[in-house]
Design a protein. Structure first.
Length: 515
């Protein structure tokens, strides 16, 4: 008997056979598991490498992202706040306008930054400058508790790109897909500490907002990540409050931190991209679990520069160097070759003396040798970092980006004591004063002493002081102006470039040369 095979059955059998063969060849099958990678940096104020080119650099960050993206296409670069300010570039001009973070946004765009949150220092610069940087950015801003305030109207910040307005989302979700077809949805919350009270910014409570946004995301996301810019203490508090968070990617501190609170990972990298956290997350949809493999890597000379991003870094470095040269500085010149690293971290210089603040005060004393006392405000020091040897002129410029001259002022002891007391009461903020080592406060009498002798209220003292302090613009020092009745004499301004008093940075550089 002849066997008859129906043509349609042949087609079905062929299709089944082909599918089975394809599975054998590719091994592809939705396994319910999806992995993705986050490269984390935070508190980055410098686009170029530091420490003589040995550490950091956005061109190296770009290379790291590309390397991990080759390993897993689902790789994302996250910046946990503080990148527009503070920066030495903020005091410079390019094409007639203040740079104000423009160099950083261009470098971040090139490096492939995907997600950012506001840091408190973003609001150090003017509203129109912040808006310009937002409009220039290619990355996603997530802002759960930080909003734009215009008069009495509060709403989201808005990116205006090519005529299209994009309000910042309070939460952000991305749906990922891997090579075998598994999909997963990741939710992001963006939180910023309500520290900077700029007039154009409004905040909601970090913890209340975080809970609300997590509750909105938890049932529709396979993982919920909080990207924060706040203290480690508050990140730990957040992890305890919301134990269902997958992890907290944090900024604000400038040293690396790792904590695990319950199942919630908390990570922070070193400032200025001297390190990056590599976070590999594996979602198991069947078990409803997320496993995290975290490691921190040093960003150093072993990592090559991405050529495209490096070209942008070089462009802005040349612009900066031209600006410095016009002010009489040689940014690349070494001014101190050896010694202990200089501590300019905000947490320390705004609460005590460090070896760096002592050096600066001594430099002011050397520049004004006839002064009885030297005084500067800690807020003039904006580097928030530790300067490694060798120290270049650029390191000094970036440490005190606002510069300013040293003024010599004769004042009565009553005013001097009042200034020192106000500075002591400014503990923890930029108005905390750094002053000559011969000045002390007697803890028993609460009187100020110079060389162990109480300051005489009626005696006239010559004080070398930063010009900003004499404007009355520092916190709780509004009484300190040229019109104060206890100001006896103000000496002529020093404007010659060869006079170290013409710019406090020049005074520091000259003192370092003498060492």
């Amino acid at each position: 008997m002849r066997r008859i095979i129906i043509p349609s059955l042949v087609a079905v059998l062929f299709l089944i056979s082909s599918c089975e063969s394809s599975k054998k060849i590719t091994g592809k099958k939705d396994d319910g598991k999806l992995g993705f990678t986050i490269v984390q940096v935070n508190d980055v104020y410098e686009i170029a490498p530091l420490d003589g080119g040995k550490a950091g650099g956005m061109a190296r960050v770009a290379t790291i992202k590309k390397q991990y993206q080759q390993e897993n296409p689902n790789t994302f670069l996250v910046m946990a706040g503080d990148f527009l300010s503070p920066s030495v570039y903020n005091s410079l001009k390019y094409e007639g306008s203040r740079i104000r973070g423009k160099q950083m946004v261009e470098a971040m765009n090139s490096a492939g930054v995907d997600i950012v949150v506001f840091g408190n220092h973003e609001f150090d610069i003017a509203e129109n400058d912040v808006q310009s940087r937002i409009n220039e950015s290619d990355f996603k801003w997530v802002s759960s508790n930080t909003f734009h305030k215009s008069g009495t109207i509060v709403g989201p910040f808005v990116k205006n790109k090519n005529g299209v307005e994009e309000p910042f989302p309070e939460t952000y979700t991305m749906t990922l897909k891997d090579s075998d077809g598994t999909t997963a949805t990741i939710g992001y919350i963006g939180l910023t500490l309500p520290f900077n009270k700029a007039s154009y910014v409004s905040y909601t409570d970090v913890f209340t907002t975080a809970q609300q946004k997590y509750d909105e995301l938890k049932d529709r996301c396979d993982a919920v990540i909080a990207v924060t810019h706040q203290s480690l203490e508050n990140d730990i508090k957040l992890a305890k409050q919301i134990p269902g968070l997958t992890m907290i990617i944090g900024g604000h501190e400038h040293e690396r931190h790792f904590a695990k609170i319950g199942n919630v990972y908390i990570t922070k990298a070193d400032a200025n991209a001297k390190s990056a956290y590599i976070l590999k997350l594996m979602i198991d949809k069947k078990k409803k679990q997320v496993k995290i493999d975290s490691k921190i890597i040093d960003i150093d000379e072993t990592i090559a520069f991405d050529p495209v991003t490096n070209a942008i870094v070089k462009k802005w470095t040349d612009i900066g160097n031209a600006n410095y040269a016009s002010l009489g500085f040689d940014a690349t010149k070494i001014c101190l070759t050896a010694g202990e690293p200089l501590d300019g971290r905000e947490a320390y210089i705004r609460t005590t003396k460090t070896n760096f603040t002592k050096l600066i005060v001594t430099a002011v004393e050397k520049a004004s040798p006839t002064a009885d006392v030297a005084i500067i405000n800690s807020g003039a020091i904006r580097v928030d970092d530790i300067l490694q040897m060798p120290v270049t002129q650029y390191d000094i410029i970036r440490s005190l980006p606002f510069g300013g001259s040293i003024m010599e002022v004769d004042m009565k002891g009553s005013l001097l004591s009042k200034i020192l007391t106000a500075g002591k009461n400014n503990w923890g903020n930029g108005g905390y004063l750094q002053f000559s080592a011969i000045v002390e406060n007697d803890s028993l009498t609460n009187k100020w002493m110079i060389n162990n002798v109480p300051i005489d209220a009626s005696k006239v003292y010559k004080v070398a002081i930063s010009d900003f302090l004499m404007t009355g613009g520092e916190a709780n020092l509004d009484f300190l102006t040229k019109d104060n009745a206890d100001v006896v004499k103000i000496y002529p301004a020093f404007t010659e470039l060869n006079d170290p008093r013409s710019d406090i940075r020049r005074a520091i550089i000259e003192y370092m040369k003498s060492l």
